[in-house]
Design a protein around this ligand. Structure first.
Ligand SMILES: [Ca+2]
Length: 277
Protein backbone atom coordinates (compact mmCIF):
# COMPACT_ATOMS: atom_id res chain seq x y z
CA UNK A 1 0.00 0.00 0.00
CA UNK A 2 1.11 3.58 -0.33
CA UNK A 3 2.69 5.30 2.62
CA UNK A 4 -0.16 7.82 2.59
CA UNK A 5 -2.72 5.10 2.82
CA UNK A 6 -0.76 3.43 5.59
CA UNK A 7 -0.62 6.70 7.50
CA UNK A 8 -4.37 7.17 7.17
CA UNK A 9 -4.95 3.65 8.45
CA UNK A 10 -2.54 4.19 11.32
CA UNK A 11 -4.34 7.36 12.33
CA UNK A 12 -7.72 5.68 11.98
CA UNK A 13 -6.61 2.97 14.37
CA UNK A 14 -4.75 5.14 16.87
CA UNK A 15 -7.15 8.06 17.17
CA UNK A 16 -9.98 6.21 18.94
CA UNK A 17 -7.54 4.35 21.16
CA UNK A 18 -5.83 7.55 22.25
CA UNK A 19 -9.21 9.16 22.87
CA UNK A 20 -10.38 6.52 25.29
CA UNK A 21 -7.02 6.27 27.01
CA UNK A 22 -7.16 10.01 27.60
CA UNK A 23 -10.67 9.66 29.03
CA UNK A 24 -9.51 6.88 31.31
CA UNK A 25 -7.90 9.52 33.51
CA UNK A 26 -4.61 7.71 33.62
CA UNK A 27 -2.68 10.90 34.29
CA UNK A 28 -1.35 10.08 37.73
CA UNK A 29 2.08 9.51 36.28
CA UNK A 30 1.61 12.22 33.68
CA UNK A 31 2.08 9.68 30.93
CA UNK A 32 -0.10 9.82 27.83
CA UNK A 33 1.90 7.36 25.76
CA UNK A 34 0.58 3.98 24.85
CA UNK A 35 2.23 1.54 27.22
CA UNK A 36 4.57 -0.89 25.49
CA UNK A 37 2.93 -4.27 25.69
CA UNK A 38 3.45 -7.71 24.29
CA UNK A 39 1.86 -8.16 20.87
CA UNK A 40 -0.52 -10.75 22.29
CA UNK A 41 -2.30 -8.11 24.41
CA UNK A 42 -2.82 -5.59 21.61
CA UNK A 43 -6.47 -5.47 20.56
CA UNK A 44 -7.56 -6.35 17.08
CA UNK A 45 -9.20 -3.64 14.99
CA UNK A 46 -12.65 -4.35 13.60
CA UNK A 47 -14.08 -2.56 10.57
CA UNK A 48 -17.79 -1.74 10.56
CA UNK A 49 -19.71 -2.72 7.42
CA UNK A 50 -23.12 -1.05 7.21
CA UNK A 51 -25.78 -3.43 5.89
CA UNK A 52 -28.77 -1.13 6.30
CA UNK A 53 -29.91 2.19 7.74
CA UNK A 54 -33.28 2.43 9.49
CA UNK A 55 -35.28 5.11 11.33
CA UNK A 56 -34.86 5.64 15.08
CA UNK A 57 -36.98 7.85 17.33
CA UNK A 58 -34.93 11.03 17.47
CA UNK A 59 -36.37 11.88 20.89
CA UNK A 60 -35.06 8.62 22.37
CA UNK A 61 -32.21 9.15 24.83
CA UNK A 62 -30.91 5.63 24.28
CA UNK A 63 -29.45 4.00 27.39
CA UNK A 64 -30.18 0.32 26.78
CA UNK A 65 -30.56 -1.57 23.50
CA UNK A 66 -31.12 -5.26 22.87
CA UNK A 67 -32.93 -7.47 20.35
CA UNK A 68 -35.79 -9.52 21.76
CA UNK A 69 -38.03 -11.73 19.59
CA UNK A 70 -37.29 -9.71 16.48
CA UNK A 71 -37.93 -6.35 18.10
CA UNK A 72 -35.54 -3.86 19.60
CA UNK A 73 -35.98 -3.51 23.35
CA UNK A 74 -34.85 -0.02 24.27
CA UNK A 75 -34.50 1.84 27.55
CA UNK A 76 -34.53 5.62 27.29
CA UNK A 77 -33.25 7.92 30.00
CA UNK A 78 -33.59 11.39 31.49
CA UNK A 79 -35.80 12.17 34.47
CA UNK A 80 -39.42 12.59 33.51
CA UNK A 81 -38.81 11.17 30.03
CA UNK A 82 -37.56 7.66 30.77
CA UNK A 83 -39.27 4.70 29.13
CA UNK A 84 -39.02 1.04 28.38
CA UNK A 85 -40.12 0.34 24.81
CA UNK A 86 -40.21 -2.15 22.01
CA UNK A 87 -39.63 -0.92 18.48
CA UNK A 88 -39.87 -2.38 15.00
CA UNK A 89 -36.28 -2.47 13.70
CA UNK A 90 -37.36 -1.86 10.10
CA UNK A 91 -39.48 1.23 10.75
CA UNK A 92 -38.29 2.48 14.14
CA UNK A 93 -41.93 2.64 15.19
CA UNK A 94 -42.55 2.22 18.91
CA UNK A 95 -44.87 -0.79 19.17
CA UNK A 96 -45.20 -0.87 22.97
CA UNK A 97 -44.00 1.33 25.78
CA UNK A 98 -44.00 1.70 29.56
CA UNK A 99 -43.34 5.17 30.97
CA UNK A 100 -40.89 5.06 33.88
CA UNK A 101 -41.78 6.95 37.08
CA UNK A 102 -40.80 10.59 36.76
CA UNK A 103 -38.36 10.44 39.69
CA UNK A 104 -36.31 7.69 38.02
CA UNK A 105 -33.67 8.01 35.28
CA UNK A 106 -33.63 4.76 33.29
CA UNK A 107 -30.39 3.22 32.07
CA UNK A 108 -29.31 -0.15 30.64
CA UNK A 109 -31.71 -3.00 29.96
CA UNK A 110 -31.47 -6.72 29.27
CA UNK A 111 -33.72 -9.79 29.29
CA UNK A 112 -33.61 -12.54 31.92
CA UNK A 113 -36.05 -15.47 31.66
CA UNK A 114 -38.61 -13.52 29.67
CA UNK A 115 -38.47 -10.38 31.78
CA UNK A 116 -36.89 -7.05 31.02
CA UNK A 117 -34.44 -5.95 33.72
CA UNK A 118 -33.82 -2.21 33.61
CA UNK A 119 -31.26 -0.17 35.56
CA UNK A 120 -31.54 3.36 36.82
CA UNK A 121 -28.72 5.88 36.87
CA UNK A 122 -28.47 7.18 40.48
CA UNK A 123 -31.63 5.70 41.97
CA UNK A 124 -30.08 2.31 42.89
CA UNK A 125 -33.37 0.84 41.68
CA UNK A 126 -34.06 -1.98 39.24
CA UNK A 127 -37.29 -2.21 37.25
CA UNK A 128 -38.43 -5.69 36.20
CA UNK A 129 -41.15 -5.88 33.54
CA UNK A 130 -42.91 -8.83 31.94
CA UNK A 131 -42.42 -9.50 28.22
CA UNK A 132 -43.47 -9.76 25.46
CA UNK A 133 -46.25 -7.27 26.16
CA UNK A 134 -45.14 -4.25 28.10
CA UNK A 135 -47.81 -3.83 30.74
CA UNK A 136 -47.22 -1.17 33.42
CA UNK A 137 -49.19 -3.35 35.85
CA UNK A 138 -46.41 -5.96 35.75
CA UNK A 139 -43.57 -3.61 36.65
CA UNK A 140 -41.77 -4.57 39.84
CA UNK A 141 -39.65 -1.82 41.37
CA UNK A 142 -36.74 -3.14 43.42
CA UNK A 143 -35.18 -0.37 45.47
CA UNK A 144 -31.66 -0.55 46.94
CA UNK A 145 -30.78 -3.28 44.43
CA UNK A 146 -27.17 -2.08 44.09
CA UNK A 147 -24.84 0.61 45.38
CA UNK A 148 -23.70 3.48 43.20
CA UNK A 149 -24.61 4.29 39.64
CA UNK A 150 -26.14 2.08 36.97
CA UNK A 151 -25.10 2.51 33.33
CA UNK A 152 -25.07 -0.54 31.01
CA UNK A 153 -26.46 -4.05 31.44
CA UNK A 154 -26.38 -7.39 29.63
CA UNK A 155 -26.97 -11.02 30.61
CA UNK A 156 -24.44 -13.72 29.75
CA UNK A 157 -26.74 -16.62 30.69
CA UNK A 158 -25.26 -16.90 34.18
CA UNK A 159 -24.63 -13.40 35.49
CA UNK A 160 -25.88 -9.94 34.80
CA UNK A 161 -22.95 -7.84 33.56
CA UNK A 162 -23.22 -4.23 34.66
CA UNK A 163 -21.25 -1.04 34.06
CA UNK A 164 -21.39 2.06 36.26
CA UNK A 165 -19.31 4.62 34.41
CA UNK A 166 -16.04 3.44 35.91
CA UNK A 167 -13.44 1.11 34.41
CA UNK A 168 -15.03 -1.91 36.14
CA UNK A 169 -17.47 -4.52 34.94
CA UNK A 170 -19.62 -6.01 37.70
CA UNK A 171 -21.09 -9.50 37.59
CA UNK A 172 -24.31 -9.92 39.55
CA UNK A 173 -26.87 -12.57 40.37
CA UNK A 174 -29.70 -12.19 37.83
CA UNK A 175 -32.37 -12.62 40.51
CA UNK A 176 -31.02 -11.03 43.67
CA UNK A 177 -28.55 -8.59 42.06
CA UNK A 178 -25.94 -9.77 44.58
CA UNK A 179 -22.45 -8.78 43.43
CA UNK A 180 -20.45 -11.89 42.53
CA UNK A 181 -17.27 -10.22 41.26
CA UNK A 182 -15.81 -7.22 39.47
CA UNK A 183 -13.15 -7.05 36.82
CA UNK A 184 -11.08 -3.98 35.77
CA UNK A 185 -11.13 -3.30 32.04
CA UNK A 186 -7.75 -2.64 30.46
CA UNK A 187 -6.76 -1.67 26.93
CA UNK A 188 -3.06 -2.19 26.28
CA UNK A 189 -2.65 -2.25 30.06
CA UNK A 190 -4.41 1.09 30.68
CA UNK A 191 -7.79 1.57 32.42
CA UNK A 192 -10.82 2.15 30.22
CA UNK A 193 -13.21 4.44 32.09
CA UNK A 194 -16.76 5.46 31.21
CA UNK A 195 -17.87 2.00 30.09
CA UNK A 196 -21.45 2.52 29.00
CA UNK A 197 -24.02 0.44 27.03
CA UNK A 198 -23.23 -3.29 27.02
CA UNK A 199 -23.96 -6.35 24.91
CA UNK A 200 -23.17 -9.95 25.87
CA UNK A 201 -22.06 -11.74 22.70
CA UNK A 202 -20.80 -15.33 22.57
CA UNK A 203 -18.83 -15.18 25.80
CA UNK A 204 -17.52 -11.63 25.27
CA UNK A 205 -18.83 -8.27 26.47
CA UNK A 206 -19.12 -5.48 23.94
CA UNK A 207 -19.33 -1.90 25.19
CA UNK A 208 -19.73 1.68 24.11
CA UNK A 209 -17.34 4.10 25.79
CA UNK A 210 -19.14 7.30 26.82
CA UNK A 211 -18.08 10.45 24.94
CA UNK A 212 -16.26 8.45 22.31
CA UNK A 213 -17.24 6.57 19.18
CA UNK A 214 -15.22 3.56 20.28
CA UNK A 215 -16.67 0.12 20.83
CA UNK A 216 -14.54 -2.28 22.87
CA UNK A 217 -14.78 -6.06 23.02
CA UNK A 218 -13.88 -7.26 26.51
CA UNK A 219 -12.82 -10.69 27.76
CA UNK A 220 -15.02 -10.94 30.88
CA UNK A 221 -12.61 -13.33 32.60
CA UNK A 222 -9.65 -10.95 32.50
CA UNK A 223 -11.05 -7.53 31.62
CA UNK A 224 -8.64 -7.34 28.68
CA UNK A 225 -9.92 -5.51 25.61
CA UNK A 226 -9.39 -7.91 22.75
CA UNK A 227 -10.75 -5.76 19.91
CA UNK A 228 -11.94 -2.24 19.14
CA UNK A 229 -14.12 -0.64 16.49
CA UNK A 230 -14.82 3.01 15.71
CA UNK A 231 -18.34 4.31 15.03
CA UNK A 232 -17.11 7.79 13.99
CA UNK A 233 -18.41 7.50 10.45
CA UNK A 234 -21.88 6.53 11.73
CA UNK A 235 -22.44 9.67 13.83
CA UNK A 236 -25.18 11.83 12.26
CA UNK A 237 -23.73 15.01 10.80
CA UNK A 238 -25.54 17.31 13.27
CA UNK A 239 -24.04 15.45 16.22
CA UNK A 240 -20.40 15.20 15.15
CA UNK A 241 -19.21 17.40 18.05
CA UNK A 242 -22.11 16.92 20.46
CA UNK A 243 -21.39 15.68 23.99
CA UNK A 244 -25.03 14.69 24.56
CA UNK A 245 -26.11 12.85 21.42
CA UNK A 246 -23.35 10.27 21.69
CA UNK A 247 -23.03 6.78 20.27
CA UNK A 248 -24.78 4.42 22.71
CA UNK A 249 -26.58 1.21 21.85
CA UNK A 250 -25.32 -2.18 20.73
CA UNK A 251 -27.80 -4.97 20.02
CA UNK A 252 -26.65 -8.34 18.68
CA UNK A 253 -28.74 -10.67 16.54
CA UNK A 254 -27.53 -14.21 17.28
CA UNK A 255 -29.53 -15.59 14.34
CA UNK A 256 -27.72 -13.51 11.71
CA UNK A 257 -24.52 -12.50 13.51
CA UNK A 258 -25.32 -8.87 12.72
CA UNK A 259 -25.51 -5.96 15.14
CA UNK A 260 -27.82 -2.95 15.49
CA UNK A 261 -26.11 0.29 16.51
CA UNK A 262 -27.52 3.67 17.44
CA UNK A 263 -26.96 6.69 19.69
CA UNK A 264 -28.80 9.07 21.99
CA UNK A 265 -31.24 11.17 19.94
CA UNK A 266 -29.93 9.70 16.69
CA UNK A 267 -32.51 9.62 13.90
CA UNK A 268 -31.02 6.40 12.59
CA UNK A 269 -30.22 2.85 13.61
CA UNK A 270 -27.70 0.87 11.60
CA UNK A 271 -27.61 -2.84 10.99
CA UNK A 272 -23.93 -3.72 10.64
CA UNK A 273 -21.44 -6.50 10.71
CA UNK A 274 -17.92 -6.33 12.06
CA UNK A 275 -15.01 -7.50 9.94
CA UNK A 276 -11.48 -8.23 11.09
CA UNK A 277 -8.96 -6.06 9.27
CA1 LIG B 1 -27.10 -3.82 24.46
Amino acid sequence: MTSGRFERMRRAVLAPLLAILALAGCGSDGGEELAPTAPATEPATLAIEVLGTYPHDETAWTEGFELHDGQLLESTGREGQSTLRLTDPATGAVTDEIPVAANLYAEGVTVVDGRAVQLTWKNETVLVSALPDLDPATVEERQDAYDGEGWGLCYDGTDLVMSNGSDQLQFRDPTTFELHRSVPVRLSGKPVANINELECVDGAVWANIWLTTTIVVIDPATGVVTATADMAELVPEQYKDDRNAVANGIAHNPDTGTFWLTGKLWPVTYEVKFNTL
